[in-house]
Design a binder for this molecule. Structure first.
Ligand SMILES: [Fe+2]
Ligand SMILES: [Fe+2]
Length: 403
């Protein structure tokens, strides 16, 4: 049985089913594991994580009655929270995603080249010319304005070797999309994008064997990783065109609103809007990306997880705006409808994030494909029952969506 408990009630012999938090906040790389060593218990209790899910069939149960939540309760809570955010605010209208994909793909390739060479300069100890990145941020902003999902979808695809570069590009695009949702314009928006692009440049100074270590990090290694925000700040603070916003996001994107983040344990007023935006965008991209040691989660799954443990972690208003930016069922999500049919989300509708336009293509009752059909759920009796893991079904979603 799964139970969510507070980290102070964890003891050796429990089976940790899932840690409630971003995996950048702790040195454990495994999703689920039996907590056997005292040293692991200590790390878990001191790394800033508040809650975990334990599986009482695979390990020890909790002694007290201090269970925080069952899966059904947690699910219901997330459901309620997300439906409160679901209403779509009438913003600017977008091009359909397939009309932007090709352009977005080219821009992505160009961005990767530019960011790689910029970050290599930093690795060699050369100054970063911030103003040279401005045209790139402008192009990404234009693509996001035409259709936010095209560029963001592509930005999730990463390999082990290009992870830091592609992550920087993804966080740049997410910062712009989120900034627009929050009403930022002009130089504010450009600064948000630049900050996203450069926030992790300090990772260039972290040894590769620590940064990309496939196993659990030692406490010392984790401390080394935690130095990267300060290193980003050090690389950039002497650059002629750097702005306060960029430096702020570099230094503070791993802070948490409850003051348990790093490096300065900021909370309240000193934690700026941009740093709060950086924290949400950074975690989302890390969780949705494939790494050498784990597969990323699907966007819909990630939004649910973040909603589940957002308290203390993220700024409430920023998180809500982020959900509106990404969607609750982003395009490309595999969903099960109440009728038992499977469908793929093609586009968002203009009413609610819970009722996108989907392509129905499979019946789970007869277990066979059905004639594909487009359905706008905002004008249909049909509705979404759950998001599904495409890996478990083995469908080639790309072929179905074209993106
Ligand atoms: Fe970071
Ligand atoms: Fe990051």
């Amino acid at each position: 049985m799964l139970k969510k408990i507070h980290v102070r009630d964890v003891r050796s012999g429990m089976f940790i089913h899932e840690i409630c938090g971003s995996w950048m906040d702790h040195p454990f790389w495994k999703k689920a594991f039996l907590l056997s060593a005292n040293e692991e218990l200590n790390t878990l209790k001191t790394c800033g994580i508040q809650e975990v899910w334990i599986d009482t069939e695979k390990g020890l149960d909790i002694e007290s009655e201090a269970v925080l939540s069952t899966p059904a309760e947690a699910n219901k809570k997330v459901e309620t929270e997300l439906s409160k955010i679901a209403e779509v605010s009438q913003g600017e209208s977008h091009l359909p995603i397939h009309e932007e994909l090709e352009r977005a793909r080219k821009l992505q390739a160009k961005s990767k080249k530019a960011v790689t060479s910029m970050f290599q300069e930093a690795r060699m100890g050369n100054a970063i010319k911030v103003n040279e990145a401005e045209p790139l941020v402008d192009r990404i902003n234009e693509s996001i304005t035409r259709n936010p999902e095209a560029f963001l979808n592509l930005a999730r695809l990463k390999t082990k070797d290009d992870y830091t570069y592609m992550h920087s590009i993804a966080v740049c695009a997410l910062m712009i999309a989120l900034g627009k949702q929050l009403g930022l314009t002009g130089s504010e928006l450009k600064n948000a994008g630049l900050a996203g692009l450069l926030h992790d440049v300090g990772k260039m100074l972290i040894p590769d064997e620590v940064l990309n270590k496939p196993g659990k990090l030692t406490d010392e290694e984790f401390e080394i990783i935690k130095q990267h925000p300060l290193k980003s700040w050090e690389i950039l603070h002497g650059s002629p065109d750097v702005t306060d916003v960029i430096l702020d996001v570099c230094l503070h994107h791993h802070e948490r609103v409850d003051g348990t983040g790093y490096p300065e344990r900021l909370s309240g007023k000193p934690l700026s809007l941009y740093a709060r935006m950086g924290a949400v965008c950074d975690v989302y991209d890390a969780l949705t990306s494939n790494r050498c040691y784990k597969n990323g989660w699907e966007p819909a799954e990630t939004i649910r997880k973040m909603a589940e443990w957002r308290e203390g972690h993220f700024d409430e208003r920023v998180f809500q705006a982020f959900v509106k930016t990404i969607g609750i069922y982003p395009s490309g999500t595999l969903v099960r409808l109440k009728s038992g049919r499977l469908a793929i989300v093609m586009e968002q509708s203009d009413k609610s994030l819970l009722t996108p336009i989907v392509k129905v293509f499979f019946s789970t009752k007869s277990n066979e494909p059905i004639m594909p059909e487009m359905l706008n759920l905002s004008r249909s009796q049909e509705s979404i029952a759950s998001a599904e893991d495409p890996a478990q079904w083995g469908f080639d979603l790309k072929q179905l969506t074209g993106f």
